[in-house]
Design a protein around this ligand. Structure first.
Ligand code: AMP
Length: 367
């Protein structure tokens, strides 16, 4: 029986979901205000705002299930859709992950380590919070921040006024600045029946707050560290009765993990799974939300993903590198914009690093 999945948001994540769903005879309808969005170029797309109630009703007609590929969709839209048909992940998970204070408060409740934090609603509150958290620290808007946007680093308490201004006076969270050893992430998928599968921890490299590179599996990960990450994820998945793929970003400091943030969706640090794992994060998300069994997360070798940011590399040269796979999103190049990625595969970490060195000469981003 043919099934139709509705997805809020039609960016590259939606496009890769559709590409993973077609072999399972899943069909798609996207809703997104941008005409000809990456997913809309290959599937049905309703061009409308997520706040347009009539468009939401048209969107829902004939669908079997709804999911989202963008975590800043209004929770109200998800709640309205949930009255008409199943929505996975649920509105509570979305609401938690949309707000940095909510997600860190959930960590406190579940005994998960995070950097010290305090919610701030005014410059005065920021000054008092600085008395507790100290400097260096980092001020982030509670909501709508991504790729390092809406953030300010405070080196000294005197930076309070300028930091408050740079987040636009929006409700924010002040966090202690972590001199971390590296950034890691964990992708997990949970089915409706409660089955959970984890991918191995991935090592991530950011510049100016934007992900540039993910290495999978992350080198130098002890079984205890992997277990710690999986336990953290399991607690969150079970607490939220979560169905679908969840990504958690961590800082590693002195062999311990600190929760940084989570994304209630397929994630950029999981793109390598398309070629690098037996079942990709995209397929596993779809399997989870449509009630199918979760697929094996076993690795197919050593993988590294490089994002194409702001400019396209010479893909003909890239494709000459053994084990290199290129994904283009159908987006116009613009400064700081993710317009594609490549994943390199190899049989050993060393061979992978040799291939990555060749690819990095070609993948020059815009800053
Ligand atoms: P986020 O949007 O929270 O993922 O932050 C973007 C990037 O800023 C992260 O990937 C880190 O490189 C850096 N960052 C965020 N929070 C902290 C922190 N508390 N301490 C140090 N660096 C941070």
């Amino acid at each position: 029986m043919q099934r139709k999945v509705g997805i809020l948001g039609a960016g590259q994540l939606g496009r890769m979901l559709a590409l993973a769903g077609y072999p399972l005879d899943l069909h798609f309808r996207f809703i997104d205000p941008t005409p000809s969005a990456p997913a809309g170029q290959l599937s049905e797309q309703i061009v409308a705002s997520f706040e347009d109630d009539q468009a939401l009703v048209r969107f829902a007609a004939g669908l079997d299930v709804v999911s989202f590929e963008f975590e800043n969709v209004p929770v109200a839209a998800v709640r309205k859709l949930a009255k008409l048909l199943p929505v996975h992940p649920n509105a509570e998970a979305l609401e938690t992950a949309q707000d940095r204070v909510n997600e860190k408060s959930l960590c406190l409740k579940l005994g998960i380590a995070t950097p010290a934090f305090a919610a701030v609603e005014s410059e005065q509150q920021l000054k008092s919070a600085l008395g507790v958290i100290g400097t260096p620290s980092i001020l982030k808007t509670r909501r709508l921040g991504y790729d390092g946007k809406g953030q300010a680093i405070l080196k000294d308490p005197q930076d309070a006024a300028s930091a408050w201004q740079s987040v636009g006076g929006a409700p924010s969270v002040l966090e202690s600045f972590v001199h971390f050893d590296r950034e890691l992430s964990l992708i997990a998928a949970r089915s409706e029946s409660g089955e959970i599968a984890f991918y191995p921890l991935v090592e991530n490299h950011h510049r100016h707050g934007i992900l540039r590179k993910s290495i999978a599996p992350a080198p130098r990960v002890s079984p205890a560290l992997q277990k710690n990450a999986e336990e953290t994820s399991r607690r969150i998945l079970e607490e939220l009765k979560y169905v679908g793929v969840l990504a958690i970003e961590f800082f590693e400091k002195d062999g311990k993990l600190l929760f940084n943030e989570m994304a209630p969706r397929v994630h950029n640090t999981g793109h390598w799974t398309i070629e690098g794992a037996e079942t990709s994060q995209f397929e596993n998300h779809l399997r989870a939300v449509t009630g199918m069994p979760i697929g094996s997360t076993k690795l197919r070798g050593f993988s590294c993903m490089l994002n194409f940011i702001g400019a396209l590399p010479d893909t003909t040269q890239l494709l000459k590198i053994p084990g290199c796979h290129v994904h283009l999103y159908g987006k116009e190049p613009r400064r700081g914009r993710k317009i594609g990625h490549c994943t390199l595969l190899a049989d050993s970490h060393q061979e992978l690093m040799e291939r990555v060195a060749l690819a990095e000469k070609l993948v020059q981003d815009d800053g």
